[in-house]
Design a protein around this ligand. Structure first.
Ligand code: GRG
Length: 296
């Protein structure tokens, strides 16, 4: 099977599993359930679920056991986007080319959608009977996702981001923010895939974690680069690099070329972390390259 087919199959798998886990809009409270389905089943690249599946792929884990963890991480991601789009945060009107949740529904619904998606993620990890792992491994998964999502992970990174609007940051401070805000969930995705393998050893876990840490940061740098390139196209070269919602970005600190160089070096490091793995790791290698070559 080609790599492209494998990716498409996993994207379809997680979409089907999400559809199954999400309450139908026929169940009360119908508006909340309709909004939950609207934000989750609304496209998206499904990068985090792919990382769960592709890590499990290296370890020959049955994809059925990965559906639950893949859904859980995507639900946390979806909740974070809904809350990030709210007027009190980024105040965005569009997400994935469609009205954001608070625009399509209302602010109260958007807040509740985020809350409900977050708890659904942990319900799945605690409840999913397709996960053939010990109670201890299941607990390790819950622990991993909780830590990555909370104040010492994604939410903490978001708090640092909110506090730093219109302030100058050093490269180290920017890196610390992104390691938490976007990196923590990407790292958790790889760890969840690894924890689904009952005999995972600490050396492999450490290598996979280093891979995930590197691609997580590269993902954010590429996101900043894409933002700048889009702004440059609209506003012209002189303004493009300075405008990104008043936020400090890698291209603003390092220049566009410096930011691209840093992303490339991180991907090289990520690939080195996979050097002990055989060709079963090729899809994860492909993901690393995709992260810095993607156009959206
Ligand atoms: C509000 C608690 C809380 C957290 C928000 C991740 C995050 C923290 C906010 C997202 C803001 C943002 C646009 C960050 C840039 C990187 C990023 C996470 C982009 C969106 O992720 P993709 O590209 O999106 O994987 P899709 O739509 O493909 O799922």
């Amino acid at each position: 099977m080609s790599l492209k087919n494998l990716i498409t199959i996993y994207q379809q798998r997680v979409n089907t599993a999400l559809d199954t886990w999400l309450p139908t809009a026929a169940i009360q409270p119908t508006r909340l359930h309709e909004a939950m389905r609207y934000v989750v089943l609304n496209g998206g690249k499904r990068i985090r679920p792919l990382l769960v599946y592709l890590t499990g792929h290296i370890l020959n884990v049955n994809p059925t056991s990965l559906d639950g963890p893949a859904c859980a991480v995507e639900l946390i991601h979806a909740y974070s986007l809904v809350h990030d789009d709210l007027p009190a945060m980024d105040n965005d009107d569009l997400r994935r080319g469609k009205p954001t949740c608070h625009k399509a529904f209302d602010e109260v619904t958007a807040i509740l959608v985020g809350d409900a998606l977050q708890t659904l993620a942990f319900y799945i990890l605690s409840h999913d009977s397709a996960l053939p792992i010990t109670a201890q491994s299941r607990l390790a998964m819950i622990n991993t996702l909780a830590l990555a999502s909370g104040s010492r992970g994604m939410v903490g990174g978001q708090a640092i981001d909110m506090e730093s609007v219109s302030q100058s940051l050093t490269v180290a401070e920017l890196e610390n923010m992104h390691i938490h805000k976007t990196g923590a969930l990407i790292r958790a995705s790889v760890k969840l895939g690894a924890l689904a393998y009952p005999a995972i050893d600490n050396d492999w876990l450490a290598k996979l974690d280093h891979y995930a840490k590197c691609i997580g940061l590269a993902f954010q740098i590429q996101d900043d680069i894409l933002d700048i390139e889009a702004n440059t196209e609209i506003l012209g070269k002189s303004q493009g690099a300075d405008i990104a919602n008043n936020k400090v970005t890698y291209p603003a600190l390092l220049g566009l070329r410096g930011a691209k160089q840093m992303a490339t070096e991180l991907i090289e490091q990520a690939l080195v972390s996979l050097s002990d793995f055989d060709d079963k790791a090729d899809p994860l290698r492909w993901m690393a390259n995709y992260i810095i070559t993607r156009a959206y």
